[in-house]
Design a protein around this ligand. Structure first.
Ligand code: DGJ
Length: 748
């Protein structure tokens, strides 16, 4: 069991292959944190890691003991109000107005395996041996409230997950004002905080800042995890690179409002906290009720950012994503959105799909515009029945025709929304998130349905399920195109209005859960104005996510690079679209567009009926290439080699290597051409040192060690030499995918 408990010292030691996490019961019976970092051998006592000191201005817990101040002691799940002046992990408002609590250690249980979280997405195990779980029970006897802190150790993968649960055993209610999922006090502040920030169409850019005293936070108050900030932070040492050095990752399995923050205190202790954003949040706990926080997935490594990402990739790919599609190669899809927008008929779609089939695509996806009277974005959301003017034979008729072509059929929904111009809104104008008497803000001409109400979720479920039952639908793109405003629900009493944002997300999860259970063969792809809700919570239901509405290959380099910090390639929806690109009007070659989109769940989103014969031939080759390598791309080990966020960002490169190191694909991208530039070598990684490799299109053989230590000699266009010769490719936006195959595995 990777969890040790020492009775004499009341210490808990959670140990993974490469990390240790240690905490203890303090003299005041609360929990103190001792250590989180590189694995250390177990001993019966680590008490010396606690530091007690007398400091001039400290307030102290015990009379006469000037050393026991919670402001100085590293804590496990701190409260505010009893000598610690930093931000707490939770706060409970009691009947008498008090917010002071005292949760003392009561007992604990260590067990193998991992229990699911009721109503919430979470990582899971398939056998009891995969993980061990520690539940620590704390109790505040004055208010008769229990707090359960749960830790699960995935020993093989350096992962520790955490969440908290509050249970009110008393006959009178209490109000949670703050209920984060985790808190940990690291003993120094020599870190850079890495975050994935952006906006619509430029999601998850890698940003870093050095810690200084004070609070550093990222958050969302939009009702969705957002493209502005992803629910992830990493703390890395200043010298840590992609390949070396210490880094801690914290990733929240949640899709709503969140907070991730690091508070550096006066003594350079870094308090890391994560969970549901306390802003505009309260939760009433009536007698006997409990509140479950979402899960945080913590990863530590001393082998750099690539290793951190690989640990997340492997856990999320195999123990967060679920269902029949988890381990199946994803179909190459052709999506109608950028090809037709709202303008199509059954005939035009069938023609379009036919052309796609000839090129080799496997799944045809009909995007927005097929329902109600929808011809633009002003009407019909909520009316999930077919627009029979466009599709006279219904979705069934179209889907059957598509299937008859030998393609699977997929359909777009935006289940959480309604337009004022819709039958649903006419019938149930009160079914939207709103506050009575206040005007309701619009976003893309639409309102957000009140998913805190079970009857609203039921109604949408029935409409979607009816279609799924009668038509052969193999894939659903689940969109969400505006954030929440005027958050409130007349269906709930006034004391529960600040619960609505969380209840809304619980409703979204409930609808997902019911659909994935009833239709286990449907592949779901989540989406929110592109990648505005790319988070681990969604991956539990939808194995892939539409990464960004920005489909330009050069823009995508940054977006996919940043996304890969946490999320596996199998989850990164990536399409080749038309040029000039619809978002930035940039023109890049089909080759470069394909070379970028290959490193994800691949597809096309352009009018294939308008392509030249040469383009069609090239597309066929791309599709054949992806089919040949998609298992490697989906399940291989991914390393980032060159960052578009470093220096002038002109070069981006990455590699994906098969588990047995026998194959690899290297993506190399140069944004602007360089004239007469220097020679360029690209040092690879992840290969077998003693293996001998062949590279497609290059003469000779190469040792794994040679490719990793001396590097791969890049073709002329990347050194600018080709500008001097007309017969070679050059210009901006060049790219190359090198295909490596091992031909000998042991040269010694
Ligand atoms: C936003 C999505 O990101 C797009 O891919 C497309 O599905 C549109 N919505 C449709 O309205």
């Amino acid at each position: 069991m990777p969890i040790f408990y020492t009775e004499q010292t009341k210490e808990f030691h959670l140990q993974t292959k490469g990390s240790s996490y240690i905490f203890t019961v303090l003299d005041n019976q609360q929990l103190g944190h001792l250590y989180y970092g590189k694995k250390i051998e177990h001993r019966d006592s680590f008490t010396h890691l606690l530091r007690f000191q007398r400091r001039a201005t400290s307030s102290c817990v015990f009379e006469g003991n000037l050393e026991f101040s919670l402001d100085l002691i590293k804590q496990e799940f701190p409260s505010y109000g009893t000598t610690d002046y930093r931000e707490p992990a939770f706060q409970i408002l009691q009947e008498n107005g008090s917010r002071i609590t005292n949760f003392e250690y009561k007992n604990h249980v260590i067990s193998s395996g991992k229990k699911p979280l009721k109503g919430l997405p979470a990582t899971y195990v398939e056998s009891e041996e995969e993980a061990a779980t520690l539940e620590v029970f704390l109790y505040d006897s004055l208010i008769d409230v229990e707090l359960v802190l749960t830790y699960t150790v995935f020993a093989e993968t350096n992962v520790i997950t955490r969440h908290a649960r509050f249970i009110n055993h008393h006959s009178s209610p209490v109000q949670l004002m703050r209920a984060l999922s985790m808190s940990v006090d690291l003993p120094d502040a020599d870190f850079q905080m890495l975050q994935l920030s952006g906006s619509w169409s430029r999601e998850r850019y890698v940003k870093e800042r050095a810690l200084v005293p004070g609070i550093h936070q990222i958050s969302s108050t939009r009702g969705a995890s957002s493209s502005q900030q992803n629910p992830f932070i990493a703390l890395k040492r200043p010298q840590t690179t992609e390949f070396h050095g210490e880094v801690y990752g914290f990733s929240l399995v949640y899709s709503g409002n969140f907070l991730a923050q690091v508070e550096v205190d006066q003594y350079d202790v870094s308090r890391v906290q994560m969970g549901i954003h306390p802003f505009d949040f309260q939760w009433l706990l009536e007698a006997g009720e409990s509140f479950q926080t979402p899960e945080v997935v913590m990863v530590y490594t001393d082998q750099g950012l690539n290793h951190l990402s690989q640990l997340y990739h492997s856990l999320y790919r195999s123990r967060l994503v679920r269902g029949n599609w988890r381990d199946r190669p994803r179909p190459i899809l052709l999506n109608s959105w950028e090809a037709t927008y709202f303008d199509f008929t059954e005939d035009s779609l069938v023609e379009f799909a036919k052309e796609g089939k000839k090129l080799g695509v496997e799944l045809f996806v009909l995007d927005d515009g097929w329902f109600g009277t929808r011809n633009d974005d002003t009407t019909s959301l909520g009316d999930w029945f077919v627009n029979s003017e466009k599709l006279p034979n219904g979705i069934e008729g179209l889907a059957e025709k598509i299937e008859a072509l030998g393609l699977a059929f997929g359909l777009w929904f935006e289940p959480e929304m309604v337009n004022k111009e819709s039958e649903l809104f006419k019938k149930h104008p009160d079914w939207i998130i709103h506050v009575e008497g206040r005007s309701q803000s619009h976003g893309r001409n639409q309102y957000v349905l009140d998913f805190s109400r079970a009857e609203v979720v039921d109604a949408i479920y029935e409409m979607m399920a009816e279609l799924l039952r009668k038509a052969p639908i193999s894939y659903i793109k689940w969109d969400m195109n505006r954030h929440l405003t005027e958050i409130g629900s007349p269906a709930w009493p006034k004391e529960r209005q600040q619960e609505i944002a969380h209840r809304y997300i619980l409703g979204v999860y409930d609808l997902y859960e019911r659909l994935v259970s009833e239709f286990p063969d449907v592949l779901f792809e989540s989406c929110a104005s592109g990648g505005c809700r790319f988070d681990p919570g969604m991956l539990y239901y939808a194995p892939q996510t539409w990464t960004s509405d920005d489909t330009d290959a050069i823009e995508r380099l940054k977006i996919q690079y940043g996304t890969s910090m946490v999320y596996p390639l199998s989850s990164i929806g990536a399409h080749v679209s038309a040029v000039p690109n619809h978002q930035v009007r940039r023109v890049t070659s089909l080759e470069t567009r394909g070379n970028v989109a290959f490193f994800g769940a691949f597809g096309y989103e352009l009018d294939v009926t308008q392509l030249t014969d040469e383009e069609k031939e090239n597309m066929k080759k791309q599709i054949a290439f992806y089919k040949e390598h998609r298992e490697l791309i989906m399940f291989g080990t991914f390393y980032r080699l060159r960052s578009p966020f470093v220096g002038d960002g002109n070069v981006t490169s990455w590699i994906v290597v098969s588990e047995d190191q026998s194959e690899a694909l290297v993506g190399y991208y140069q944004t602007l051409a360089k004239v007469n530039a220097g020679f360029r070598q690209l040092k690879l990684t992840g290969l077998q040192e003693c293996g001998l490799y062949q590279i497609d299109g290059m003469i000779g053989t190469y040792g794994g060690d040679e490719l990793m230590h001396s590097g791969l000699q890049l073709p002329n266009e990347f050194s600018g030499a080709s500008a001097l010769r007309e017969d070679e490719q050059s210009g901006d936006f060049q790219s190359y995918v090198f295909k490596l195959k091992r031909i000998e595995s042991d040269r010694h």
